[in-house]
Design a binder for this molecule. Structure first.
Ligand SMILES: NC(=O)C1=CN([C@@H]2O[C@H](COP(=O)(O)OP(=O)(O)OC[C@H]3O[C@@H](n4cnc5c(N)ncnc54)[C@H](O)[C@@H]3O)[C@@H](O)[C@H]2O)C=CC1
Ligand SMILES: O=C(O)/C=C/C=C(\O)C(=O)O
Length: 495
């Protein structure tokens, strides 16, 4: 059973605007995906609060935050990271209760990355942000120019983030945005409001000036998300979520030509060659397909296994998958919690039904587990494996965003590269092979923002992160984030 409790400040979860926690009259429920019970009430930001927050973010940008040095901004972010570390258990409770994920995952991935994102961007920007480029020009008349390139922040950034990795996503966007000298308004997903609000408490305690970091709660369409992205006085939008939502945000900001950075969906391929370390590949595909109940944009939903080991691989992965523990977040043996909500489970179950209609053979799973306790009111689902679908089946081409993969055999390298790339998405890929030459040959041919070889989801935060095609626009990470959250000005001096 889960014994974690939300900190009392979150029982009525407020917005954080202009340095203060603000209650609004309209509220909505935060529902536990484990038990279906109400965890807390969330204050939805109304239009007036959106306007007031944008105005205060603008004032802070033009005023106190605009006067800070990059070193001062780094000190603030490092303080926030220390506060998260001190309140580690509160952040774990917030992240675990909102999502139902295993506590062990929240410790090693979610809250760990929240802290690591803040510290990494503070350090990188301290070293890189004030570096200037210079170009000397010699003109035809014999005179000389000195061109100095200076980076400037964009202004007020809007961050719209999803429910699957809440603290990781919000800090991934806020840390570089603030380090570049912008102010930010974050709208976390309506499904996962808690860790964002605790983060606001940490910013307040760290003494970050009012208006610099803001959190507004609400939904997307006809609510906070849309009102923020429609606002005339914002300067850029960073968004992670579904490709369709990205497209509609892009339309919203198009008339004002506002810059966007989008990290969107995926239908990622995992390729297992016959020379792979077999046991590691089986474990690896299980992790990449079922971690976080398959609710990571980087998860593997299409697996291609070389024909000579196909039957053995399917048998082994079925056995191991059936041993995975689904259950309480606080049980150390739990590998998988529920999906985020009943609504999302309906969507994933509709794909389970469709797969059978499309001719899939269900190797394992395909339904809902029963526990005989209050978890039966939760949004749990079985990890599921299909075989036998054609490459153009909807279940092989559309992002399901659940614990599911389809496994198909392949014969040659050329064939599998073509099939892996035969998708509207281009976010991630995984190769399992012990042949280094093959890894070097195949990896660059996979049309994706990241290709892992013999591992999955280990990240160096200095590297570019993002996707091609329907998987997004732009790259964030390390100095790549600097490119998005600031713009260069050329100061040209005649000597
Ligand atoms: N990183 C990823 O690839 C993710 C993909 N998904 C996929 O998206 C599907 C829908 O899940 P949602 O949570 O509804 O994702 P979503 O993309 O609709 O929502 C993500 C965020 O965008 C906001 N939003 C939605 N519509 C908006 C609009 N028109 N303007 C401004 N903000 C808006 C939401 O309030 C939330 O904060 C899931 O079933 C899943 O398949 C969901 C979360 C993350
Ligand atoms: O930054 C990372 O390491 C991972 C990010 C993953 C997402 O943004 C996602 O799954 O939505």
């Amino acid at each position: 059973m889960n014994t974690l409790a939300l900190p009392s400040s979150l029982h009525i979860t407020k917005n954080y605007s202009n340095g203060a926690f603000v209650e609004t009259s309209k509220t909505f429920d935060n529902i536990s995906p484990v038990t279906g019970k109400v965890l807390s009430r969330i204050c939805e930001a109304d239009k007036a609060l959106v306007d007031a927050t944008v105005q205060s973010a603008r004032q802070a940008f033009n005023g106190i935050w605009g006067e800070t040095t990059v070193e001062q901004r780094a000190d603030y972010l490092l303080k926030v990271a220390d506060i998260i570390e001190r309140r580690f258990d509160d952040f774990i409770a917030a992240e675990v209760l909102d999502t139902g994920r295993p506590v062990e995952q929240a410790k090693k991935l979610d809250v760990y990355r929240g802290i690591h994102n803040l510290r990494t961007f503070a350090e990188i920007f301290k070293h890189e942000y004030s570096k200037t480029e210079c170009f000397e020009s010699h003109l035809a008349d014999g005179s000389q120019l000195l061109n100095i390139i200076k980076r400037k922040p964009l202004g007020v950034i809007v961050s719209i983030s999803p429910w699957n990795l809440p603290l990781l996503s919000i800090t991934w966007k806020a840390a570089p945005a603030l380090m570049a000298g912008n102010t930010i308004i974050c709208k976390p997903s309506e499904e996962t409001p808690s860790s964002a609000t605790l983060l606001a408490e940490a910013f307040q305690e760290a003494g970050v000036p009012a208006g610099v970091f803001n959190v507004l709660h609400g939904f997307g369409r006809d609510s906070t998300g849309e009102w923020l992205t429609q606002h005339k006085d914002i300067d850029a939008v960073t968004f992670t979520g579904e490709s369709g939502t990205g497209a509609s945000i892009m339309k919203t900001v198009a008339s004002e030509v506002k810059p966007v950075s989008f990290e969107l969906g995926g239908k990622n391929a995992g390729i297992v060659f016959e020379d792979a370390d077999f046991d590691k590949a089986v474990e690896g595909i299980i992790r990449s397909s079922f971690t976080n109940s398959g609710q990571v944009c980087l998860c593997t939903e299409r697996v291609y296994v070389q024909r000579s080991i196909f039957d053995k691989f399917v048998k082994a992965i079925k056995e191991k998958t059936e041993q995975l523990q689904i259950g309480w977040s606080e049980d150390e043996k739990t590998f998988m919690g529920p999906l985020i909500s009943h609504g999302h489970r309906e969507k994933v179950l509709s794909y389970f039904k469709l797969a059978v209609e499309e001719g899939a053979q269900v190797v394992t799973g395909g339904g809902v587990p029963t526990f005989g306790d209050e978890r039966d009111q939760g949004a749990y689902i079985q990890p599921t494996i299909w075989v036998g679908l054609p490459d153009d089946a909807r279940c092989v081409t559309e992002e399901v965003f659940g614990p599911v993969c389809h496994i198909a055999p392949f014969d040659t390298e050329e064939e599998v590269i073509q099939r892996a790339n035969n998708t509207d998405y281009g976010l991630a890929g995984v190769l399992w092979t012990t042949n280094l030459s093959r890894a070097h040959r195949v990896a660059p041919k996979i049309n994706a923002g990241i290709v892992w070889v013999n591992h999955w989801f280990a990240r160096d935060l200095r590297t570019p992160f993002g996707g091609n095609k329907l998987s997004g626009i732009g790259r964030e990470g390390g100095t790549y984030s600097m490119e998005f959250y600031s713009e260069p000005t050329n100061i040209s001096i005649r000597l």
